[in-house]
Design a protein around this ligand. Structure first.
Ligand SMILES: Cc1ncc(COP(=O)(O)O)c(C=O)c1O
Length: 354
């Protein structure tokens, strides 16, 4: 069995890349900021750009302290390993990234299991959390952490509301369970709901922000929490090889993203709605209503699997990803214009009518 990614077919030019918001290229301004970055040695605390980024993200998310890590996956794993002990159980939606897409890391690294909760669009209610709580006795695994994903990726980019978040995190806290937010697309939610990020994070003990999604930086994510938590989390950052050296080169790209790429997320959301409206007119395609920048759609009515449909689009230069036999995803981001949305729709119509 090989686990290598398949080599991309570079012979077919990409005209519209709807594969993921992770596929943006750093802009000229962002690269300039990276070239001019003040750097030091992050591991020994002498990189000023990394400190600057961490202070800004801690303030943005309403937390005391923050740490810079290479990826969102590492933020989740450092947070889980710091919150939990081997044998503990985490509560999370059954479609959560930590269950479906991190290669079993919570079990492999922290030695914890995850109880999958159900609910529409990747969200769940306070009642669902309450019903999942086990009595504390010597037979049950200790439940130490509740995880929420903002926005819920496989839930179609759905947003947790302020009230929804506060109600589930209150139940967890009432039972002595800590709370963690996978904020890979947290700022998409803040922009879509028109609320400060701090209103969405106040019930979470820890939260992280990905810079390689809508914020369009080439690398990096920042985990935030209390000063004591971040201090303890540094052991796991070091252990996993996430402690960097001249990290300021990448931190500078993230700082540039904070200054330039937050408000414009609204454009991605408008493009997602336009794409979904157009797709709704294509016979055989059923598009889910997008709340943010992700448009999930069903291809069953076309007689094609999602993979077959995606392969035909790929032949014509349009990239989408697939998440199930008939479920695919188109993702809007900085490198997709409204004209490209129209171009993608034309290609989709062509493929369905061929
Ligand atoms: C909801 C969610 N969480 C975590 C991650 C992991 O982020 P990274 O790719 O930075 O490791 C992703 C990436 O796609 C994601 O969508």
């Amino acid at each position: 069995m090989t686990y290598e990614p398949a080599r991309f077919d570079f012979s077919i030019p990409v005209r519209v890349n709807l594969y993921s918001d992770t596929q943006t290229r750093p802009s000229r301004g962002m690269k300039q900021a990276m070239m001019e970055a003040q750097v030091g040695d992050e591991q020994v605390g002498s990189d000023p750009s990394v400190w600057d980024l961490c202070d800004r993200v801690a303030a943005l998310l309403g937390k005391e302290a923050a740490m810079f890590l290479p990826s969102g996956t590492m933020c989740n794993q450092v947070a889980i390993a710091t919150h939990c002990r081997p044998g503990d159980e985490i509560l999370a939606h059954e479609s959560a990234h930590i269950i479906t897409s991190e290669a079993g890391a919570p079990g492999a690294i922290a030695g914890v299991s995850i109880k999958g909760l159900t609910g529409e669009r990747g969200l769940f209610s306070a009642e669902t959390v309450a019903a999942a709580i086990r009595p504390r006795n010597r037979n049950n695994p200790p439940q130490t952490l509740l995880e929420v994903e903002q926005t819920a990726n496989r839930g179609g980019g759905a947003c947790w509301t302020i009230d929804g978040l506060r109600s589930v995190t209150a139940v967890a806290h009432a039972h002595g369970i800590a709370t963690h937010m996978d904020g890979a697309r947290l700022l998409n939610a803040a922009v879509a709901l028109g609320v400060p990020a701090t209103d969405l994070t106040d019930g979470c003990d820890t939260v992280w922000l990905d810079f390689t999604k809508g914020l369009a930086a080439p690398l990096g994510a920042v985990l935030a929490g209390s000063k004591a938590f971040i201090g303890e989390a540094w052991r796991w950052k070091q252990r996993l090889g996430g402690a960097m050296r001249q990290g300021g080169i990448c931190a500078a790209a993230c700082i540039y993203a904070l200054d330039h790429n937050i408000d414009r997320l609204a454009d991605d959301h408008a493009n997602a709605k336009a794409l979904a409206r157009g797709m709704a007119q294509i016979p055989g395609i059923t598009a889910e209503h997008p709340e943010t920048n992700l448009v999930f759609f069903d291809t069953k009515g076309t007689g094609m699997t999602a993979a077959a449909f995606a392969a035909k689009l790929r032949q014509r230069g349009v990239l989408v990803s697939t998440s199930d036999t008939y479920r695919a995803r188109a993702c809007l981001h900085l490198d997709v214009t409204s004209a490209q949305v129209e171009e993608a729709l034309s290609v989709m119509r062509l493929v369905v009518n061929a």
